[in-house]
Design a protein around this ligand. Structure first.
Ligand code: ADP
Ligand code: MG
Length: 228
């Protein structure tokens, strides 16, 4: 078993004339929290989306736990994302008409869990993240920090193998951002979840075990890291 759970090998990706990635390689160890840093427009989000099987590279390979992801069919890739991955983006992307609890239960319902079981599994996550008072509030009425904690609960409720977070504190004030990051790190450590975290904020990157810097579509790893 490779020490790496997730790898991008020489990944290229263009959008029209824009070369977003020009040969990015990165390897993520099991259980580690890896931050992807770099200036705006350098290709961080594109790399995250390629690692997560959302974007298909034009060239190069993406591997997850011994499976080549970039050549998988769309159905298999959708299953992989649903079953093995969790996502948190800059703006929580909750369903505003649904309650906080409904939003957290959603991934379990989509995975065809019985309703009662899904809600029994979702409710403790709201408690863990200090949101038990807000379970029956429409998520559109929550504050930014509350919504981001609900998004975190929703991303973690099905115990994903990898959590992908793209600027998860970008829309929050510093203190709320710290709270969200602490919750993310604790939750990931307790479940052994591997975390890939995109940020341009050094205070957020400080929560990671290791960092990779993306410049002009290429990933520059720190000397302590090894890319297979
Ligand atoms: P970062 O996350 O580091 O700010 P991105 O990966 O979002 O950078 O973008 C890298 C480059 O690719 C930028 O020039 C951006 O404008 C372009 N790009 C990213 N996504 C798209 C897209 N969906 N359509 C067109 N261009 C895109
Ligand atoms: Mg980005």
């Amino acid at each position: 078993m490779s020490e790496f759970i997730l790898e991008a090998r020489d990944v290229h990706r263009a959008f029209g004339q824009t070369q977003a990635l020009r040969g990015a390689s990165v390897a993520v160890r099991r259980g580690e929290i890896l931050s992807i840093m770099g200036p705006s427009g350098s290709g961080k989000s594109t790399l995250l989306h390629c690692l997560a099987g959302i974007y298909t590279p034009n060239q190069g390979e993406v591997w997850f736990d011994g499976t080549r992801v970039d050549t998988l069919g769309e159905t298999k890739r959708t299953e992989l994302r649903r079953d093995a991955f969790g996502f948190v983006f800059q703006f929580g992307q909750l369903v505003p008409e649904l309650t906080a609890l409904d939003n957290v239960a959603l991934p379990l319902l989509l995975a065809k869990q019985p309703r009662r079981q899904a809600y029994a599994q979702a409710a403790p996550w709201l408690e863990r993240l200090g949101l038990e008072e807000h379970g029956d509030h429409r998520s559109g009425e929550l504050s930014g920090g509350q919504a981001q904690r609900v998004a975190l609960a929703r991303a973690l409720v099905h115990k994903p193998r990898v959590l992908f977070a793209d600027e998860p504190t970008g829309a929050l004030d510093t203190l709320t951002g710290e709270t969200v990051m602490n919750l993310l790190v604790t939750a990931a450590r307790e479940e052994g979840t591997t975390v890939v975290l995109v940020t341009h904020d050094v205070r957020v990157a400080a929560y990671a075990d290791r960092e990779v810097v993306v410049r002009d579509g290429r990933a520059v790893t720190t000397p302590s890291s090894a890319v297979a």
